[in-house]
Design a protein around this ligand. Structure first.
Ligand SMILES: [Zn+2]
Length: 97
């Protein structure tokens, strides 16, 4: 596998993990029907704390010396979804009626 492709897959893994952490910390909500992420109820700091606990426990793609990268991945995923008030697919379905 090429280095660029590998880096892209790694970034996708990191993003997915960041989203899972954000959802588990309830910083983001996740739609059960569509799997789409939207605004949750907790502050993003809760996700950082949860990520740190996971890294300490050896869970996820980040090593203990990569906490900075983990925080960056969570911040990016958070900023990508936090302005979304509700699942976009549900909103679209409701608008159709
Ligand atoms: Zn939905």
């Amino acid at each position: 596998m090429g280095v660029v492709k590998e880096a892209m897959l790694q970034a996708e893994d990191n993003r997915r993990w960041a989203l899972e952490v954000l959802a588990e910390a309830e910083v983001l909500g996740v739609c059960e029907a569509h799997g789409e992420y939207y605004q949750g109820t907790e502050e993003v700091e809760e996700a950082y704390k949860l990520a740190n606990r996971k890294i300490t426990a050896g869970e996820g793609p980040f090593a203990p010396n990569e906490r900075r990268e983990a925080t960056d991945a969570i911040k990016a995923a958070y900023e990508e979804h936090n302005f979304i008030a509700d699942c976009p697919s549900c909103v679209r379905m409701m608008e159709k009626d």
